[in-house]
Design a protein around this ligand. Structure first.
Ligand SMILES: [Zn+2]
Length: 430
């Protein structure tokens, strides 16, 4: 009728079991399937907070669940509608919806069985390769009676009963202890050997009794008049344990412990930073060595191709071997020096400075306007340049000038200037 209730279980949370299952695997399967079924809300009476997991429980197992005191009646097909009022109609529609959901959960549960157990395990129950007409619980019982050895079951029961006596660890919240008791209780019920509430309370009391800070709580529990229940016992000891945790006298000890813990944490942080720093240093050294290797490689290649072994910019071979920090520093200094020496020094000098450097203290400056001078710089030279005039270097004339004007004439001389400049020409024949 309604297709909106159609859904599939997510079976990824269920372990696949190969071959004949063990007791432990069977219990695990039941627990995993029950977890999925619990996550769906069930509207049937007495299902409580446990959703549809009643499908996978026999009576004892179901009644062992927390807050459960009554069995869920097996749903029946609502049949054809026979009501006459709106209320009837509404209830009928609800019944149909619930029943559809029930069928859906049965279908999904059977699918879980055939997905997780080895094919052929249910061959006795199959019709035309399908498990038809059996409830999940009947299939589960089939597995238990056909494949699980009674000896294994009784061994599992013994083990689970000893788990019940597992001591409460004061470092954990007490709910973890309660949960392990609850798990053992459910397992024992599933194994067909349910444990009574009185037995559980005895186990828990023996555990709490040996805790020094719960002595008072144990005495108080013994003194109470009302008949003890496991539910009330859990609350009683939860409160006592919480009270101990906020007790100032115990907190003082806790505070000291925390201070020590903080110191340890700070120390750890320091060490972490130090090691991070070392890692960074190592990285840098590694990177430098890589670069150095590349440079060396290039150097070898240059050396092979060149006759002259001292090309500018190259690292002197003498320091490029033996990798210590000192040698790398020295290499770097020498390399920068080589770079500086190789670069044209004139770039950073003015023309005047350049000439001073060339002529020393006897340098004759252009003391007159228009780049002319009163004293000759080259008294013995009679050369003339179309672009530079008279009193120039004896190596320099119109024919070989390296910095010519636009109107430069190569044939120009001091006696036939041909329109060239007259700079310093007044020195001629003066
Ligand atoms: Zn010239």
């Amino acid at each position: 009728m309604t297709s909106s209730s159609k859904f599939d279980y997510d079976l990824s949370g269920i372990d696949r079991i190969d071959g004949i299952p063990t007791v432990g695997q069977t219990l695990t399967f039941q627990r995993q399937l029950a977890t999925i079924q619990t996550s769906y809300t069930c509207k049937y009476e007495h299902a409580g907070a446990h959703g549809w997991s009643w499908i996978m429980c026999d009576d004892a197992h179901w009644l062992a669940k927390r807050g459960i005191t009554t069995l869920v009646a097996t749903p029946t097909e609502p049949g054809p509608y026979t009501g006459t009022t709106h209320t009837h109609k509404f209830k009928y529609q609800l019944d149909v919806k619930n029943y559809d959901e029930y069928k859906e959960h049965l279908r999904n549960s059977l699918k879980a069985f055939s997905t997780c157990f080895t094919e052929g395990l249910f061959i006795d129950l199959e019709t035309d390769g399908q498990i038809i007409g059996y409830s999940p619980m009947q299939i589960y019982t089939h597995i238990k009676t056909n494949f699980l050895l009674p000896r294994d079951i009784s061994r599992e029961i013994t083990k689970t009963r000893s788990d019940l006596k597992v001591a409460y660890n004061p470092d954990d919240i007490v709910q973890i202890y309660y949960k392990s008791i609850q798990t053992s209780k459910l397992t024992l019920a599933a194994l067909g050997d349910p444990i009574t509430e009185v037995e559980i309370m005895r186990c828990a009391f023996e555990t709490f009794e040996v805790q020094s800070d719960l002595k008072e709580a144990c005495r108080e529990w013994d003194r109470q008049a009302a008949p003890p229940t496991w539910a009330r016992m859990m609350v009683h000891f939860s409160i006592e344990i919480q009270r101990n945790r906020t007790d100032p006298s115990k907190l003082k000890l806790q505070g000291e412990a925390n201070a020590v813990l903080k110191q340890v944490e700070q120390q750890e942080e320091k060490q972490r930073l130090q090691s991070e720093c070392m890692v960074a240093q190592t990285d840098t050294i590694n990177r430098l060595q890589e670069q150095l290797t590349a440079v060396q490689y290039e150097q070898q290649a240059n050396g092979a191709a060149s006759v002259n072994g001292s090309l500018p910019g190259r690292i002197p071979a003498s320091i490029s071997t033996g990798l210590t920090q000192e040698s790398m520093e020295a290499m770097f200094k020498k390399w920068t020096a080589t770079q500086a020496a190789g670069a044209p020094a004139t770039d950073r000098m003015t023309g005047k400075e350049r000439k001073k450097k060339k002529f020393g203290v006897n340098f004759i400056e252009n003391d007159l306007p228009n780049a002319e001078r009163s004293k000759r710089r080259y008294p013995n030279s009679t050369n003339y340049c179309s672009s530079h005039g008279y009193d120039i270097s004896p190596d320099h004339d119109s024919s070989n000038c390296k910095k010519r004007n636009a109107n430069h004439n190569e044939a120009a001389t001091i006696t036939n200037m041909l329109g060239g400049v007259t700079t310093n020409c007044f020195h001629h024949n003066a």
